[in-house]
Design a protein around this ligand. Structure first.
Ligand SMILES: NC(=O)c1ccc[n+]([C@@H]2O[C@H](COP(=O)([O-])OP(=O)(O)OC[C@H]3O[C@@H](n4cnc5c(N)ncnc54)[C@H](OP(=O)(O)O)[C@@H]3O)[C@@H](O)[C@H]2O)c1
Length: 227
């Protein structure tokens, strides 16, 4: 039976992906900082192993990898910090908040990948996915903190793919989704025209099934690498 580790699965895209993988008989180790919210998200899912905590916490990362056991088929770096809302221009970006964004969005995924590498290498066809954003490749006012962190994460994924050809490494840009993070980026705005996260999951599942070469992919065109 295949095992996945998905960070940030109490709501949004991570929760939707968890539901889809469990329905396909995957075992999924998942986290989120809020224990009750994570328990509610995984209730009734025998394939889900909930380990609540903050991905930026080294002890928590070790607990998650321990919960995986010896073999990890899929590692999805989905948990993310947006930074202050409303989004500040770079001239005003609080530096402590920027450090926190980088800890969650860049340092934690690399640290978790380092810890999980032996289990990934024990899988027959291992895959690592980082959730990217168009803010990683386009310059939008207010998105410099989060966007630069996602650009760094994309680059870590690209280098990891070169250093570990035995692992497929995908930076996956889901496009705009109707989630708490998206609402925080657009406070007070009606975001009801954005896709539900569950509508984006099939694009990632297609990527996982088809296993094209490592690279950066967009949900809108899931089998065409953009880098
Ligand atoms: N939504 C969009 O339009 C959009 C667009 C492009 C890319 N993305 C990316 O897609 C991914 C999912 O975003 P989303 O919109 O689904 O976000 P979301 O609805 O806000 O969900 C994020 C999940 O991650 C958890 N989380 C946050 N910080 C964490 C931490 N430090 N440690 C562990 N778990 C943590 C959250 O738990 P709590 O709720 O308890 O904080 C929640 O379960 C992110 O990487 C995001 O950058 C989103």
């Amino acid at each position: 039976m295949a095992t996945a580790l998905i960070t940030g699965a109490s709501q949004g895209f991570g929760r939707a992906l968890l539901g889809a993988l469990v329905a396909q008989q995957w075992t999924c180790v998942v986290d989120a900082p809020d224990t009750e919210a994570l328990q509610a998200a995984t209730a009734g899912m025998p394939g889900a192993r909930a380990v609540s905590g903050d991905v930026a916490d080294p002890g928590h990362r070790a607990d998650m990898v321990a919960a995986v056991g010896g073999r990890l088929d899929l590692l999805v770096h989905n948990a993310s910090a947006l930074g202050p809302s409303p989004l500040p221009r770079l001239a005003d970006h609080p530096l402590d908040a920027l450090r926190q964004v980088y800890e969650v969005d860049v340092v934690a995924p690399l640290a978790l990948t380092q810890l999980a590498l032996p289990a990934l290498q024990a899988a027959p066809a291992p895959t690592v996915v980082v959730l990217s954003s168009d803010a990683a490749v386009r310059a939008y006012s207010g998105w410099g903190g989060y966007g630069s962190a996602k650009a760094a994460l994309d680059h870590l994924a690209a280098v990891l793919a070169v250093e570990h050809p035995e692992i497929r490494v995908y930076a996956f840009d889901p496009g705009d989704m109707r989630t708490a993070m998206h609402q925080a980026a657009f406070p007070g705005e009606d975001i009801s025209d954005r896709h539900e996260p569950a509508a984006v999951v099939p694009a990632l599942l297609q990527l996982l099934e088809e296993r094209p070469g490592s690279g950066r992919y967009r949900a809108a065109d899931p089998l065409t690498a953009t880098r």
